[in-house]
Design a protein around this ligand. Sequence first.
Ligand code: ZN
Length: 172
Amino acid sequence: MAIREILTVPNSILKQVSKPVEAVTDETRALMDDMLETMYAAPGIGLAAVQIGVPINVIVMDLAKDDEEPAPKYFINPEILELDEEFIPYDEGCLSIPDVFDTVDRPKRCKLTYLDYNGEKVTEWAEGLYAVCIQHEMDHLKGIVFIDHLSRLKRERAIKKVQKAEKLKATG
Ligand code: ZN
């Protein structure tokens, strides 16, 4: 396993539409292992493959609280089947947009289907933080980041903030 570099906005790779995975192989699992390690190290609760520069439909997530056992979840080729009509606001953040948080309204629940770590098909309802997180991560697969849901002013401000921080990091 290895920690990979997480791309930040406005990297154009983050705008790419990810491609479906044709077969779940050891290579797919090795990628997911790296993604999970990268996500834990960040630390974060969700990561899409495109965020480490691999535009394929793969997501990892762990919503366990600090005092709970790790509970990694893996999603290959996830699809939303149904969305709740009721929306809830949630203060979102993203590893590709460090230190920026803002409120996004998303459907409260969603029914999704995906392949798990072993390539087995799973269909289930997600709600609460799980629903928010999977919708946020699935946006990444379409080349969308959460600040795209905000006003243009807020989006530009967020990108400038990230660029400034990156520049400071580069110059030490
Ligand atoms: Zn994100």
